[in-house]
Write a protein that binds this ligand. Structure first.
Ligand SMILES: [Zn+2]
Length: 97
């Protein structure tokens, strides 16, 4: 049976700036966060709720990334084919030595 998650409880968890590795987000939380107990390290520091952080991360993804095709382009396909050919040739050369 798959685990169940209480999304409302997770949204209310707090994450402090010291628990964040990404520099920009860490800076935002340290400057704009509210002082509270981090749900992960239990220190009383500036925190954002997981709900607020997830919205910021969602906006960043929408702004800076776009979904690409899950299929290779013609160029990718040609490169993969060439790589395989080169790899095979190289393996034959190595086995002859
Ligand atoms: Zn923390």
């Amino acid at each position: 049976m798959p685990p169940t998650y209480d999304i409302d409880k997770i949204k209310k968890r707090k994450l402090c700036f010291t628990c964040i590795g990404e520099a920009f987000l860490k800076d935002q939380v340290s400057k704009q966060g509210k002082c509270g107990e981090c749900s992960y390290c239990n220190e009383k520091l500036e925190c954002f709720s997981i709900e607020k952080l997830s919205k910021l991360i969602e906006i960043a993804f929408e702004t800076h990334y776009y979904r690409t095709s899950d299929q290779p382009t013609a160029y990718d396909y040609a490169m993969m084919k060439e790589f395989n050919k080169t790899g095979t040739v190289r393996a034959k050369q190595l086995s002859m030595q």
